[in-house]
Design a protein around this ligand. Structure first.
Ligand code: PLP
Length: 367
């Protein structure tokens, strides 16, 4: 008996996970083999190569972390930060707060450059701040899923000094908007599998530059977290003799492998363009319905659209109706925007015209 047969297909248009593609579902049900089986090692090597392409980097260190985006995030912070490192967190949303929380636990000397939720980071202010202040590490969220703001990592990267490690959260940006790890001098970047890559959550890509690998090598203290210690994990992901660290989530790696293959087959830049086109279609449809977006036009994230809830409508009533009657999930607001905005994600396999039209029809009938 299938104990899960009551879980019907839902169109996932929230902040993540996105709808898993049929190809990825097939990959997930492939026979599980051993984590040191040479056939699996070949798949790992292919994953690393494909990650280089989607991250637009020559970094050899591109691996998926066994865990969700937060595990990938923690991998970057825990491997890069040593106690008393001067860390600047450029913060304008919920996931910037999480960066602060993680850095605190690692004994960093933290400074915050804060901007309002719903507003993009002011690049000139960052430039000014960095004229007078020196940091070992600077961290920023590229795509703030909490508000739908896109921060200009490209412009900010120009002000990061050569001897500072630049950490970028690409959880909602990988596979949805352009990321150029090498051109933007990013040293440690992390993402997830369940948004732009249309997999279930659980295999989250990261990439480290040579500078980041050197910082790791020069650590005075061990990485204070066994599971995410990349100096050990690399011995499983690289070299002619692979060393067991933990049992890789084999079928999740199959899923990631297939989804990366699909992204590269479509072409990473075409995938990004598809997300932008989907966003424009949604933006037009919402405006016809008289719905307004929270974020100003030039800072909008194609993959996450925060919509102001009109006066007199109840957030949960509408979301429940969409879910129960139309089998469509959208997200609610976070922090100061709880109950005030809906968050519509256009990510990965979900970012297609037919899905946006379904949502707009459901909105038309529900509002
Ligand atoms: C920008 C950002 N960073 C980090 C995370 C954490 O990822 P996860 O929930 O997969 O652990 C999320 C999750 O939505 C996110 O949107």
């Amino acid at each position: 008996m299938n104990k899960l047969s009551n879980i019907k297909n839902t169109l996932l248009l929230g902040p993540g996970p996105s709808t898993v593609s049929p190809n990825v579902y097939n990959a997930l049900s492939t026979n599980t083999i051993g984590h040191l089986d040479p056939r699996f090692i070949d798949i790992m090597d292919e994953i690393k190569k494909m990650l280089k392409v989607v991250f637009k980097t020559e970094n050899d260190f591109c691996v998926p972390v066994s865990g969700t985006g937060s595990a990938a995030m923690e991998s970057c912070f825990v491997n890069m930060i040593e106690p008393n490192d001067r860390v600047l967190i450029i913060q304008n949303g919920y996931f910037g707060l999480r960066m602060e929380n993680m850095s605190q636990r690692l004994g960093a000397d933290i400074s915050l450059l804060k901007f309002d939720w719903g507003e993009p980071v002011d690049v000139d202010e960052v430039e000014e701040h960095l004229k007078d202040n020196v940091y070992d590490i600077i961290a920023i969220v590229h795509a703030e899923t909490s508000t739908g703001v896109q921060n200009s990592v490209q412009q900010i990267s120009r002000f990061i000094p050569d001897n500072t490690i630049f950490i970028v959260d690409a959880v909602t940006s990988l596979g949805t908007i352009d990321i150029q790890v090498d051109n933007w001098n990013i040293d440690a970047i992390y993402s997830c599998s369940q948004k732009g890559l249309s997999c279930p959550p659980g295999a989250s890509p990261i990439s480290f530059s040579e500078k980041a690998l050197n910082k790791m090598k020069q650590r005075q203290k061990m990485v204070p977290n066994w599971y995410l210690d990349m100096t050990e994990i690399i011995k499983y992901w690289d070299g002619s003799q692979r060393v067991y660290h933990h049992t890789a989530p084999i079928n999740m790696m199959y899923a990631l492998y297939q989804s990366l293959y699909d992204v590269l087959e479509e072409g990473i830049d075409n995938v990004i363009q598809r997300h932008y086109n989907s966003h424009l279609l949604l933006e037009n449809g919402l405006s016809e319905l008289g719905l307004e977006l929270l974020v100003k036009k030039d800072a909008r994230l194609p993959s996450l659209n925060a919509v102001k809830i009109p006066e007199g409508l109840n957030d949960l009533d509408v979301r429940n109706k969409l879910l129960n009657e139309y089998h469509i999930e959208i997200g609610g607001g976070l922090g100061p925007f709880a109950g005030k905005v809906w968050r519509i994600g256009l990510m990965g396999h979900s970012a297609r015209d037919e899905n946006i039209n379904k949502l707009l029809d459901a909105f038309r009938a529900s509002l």
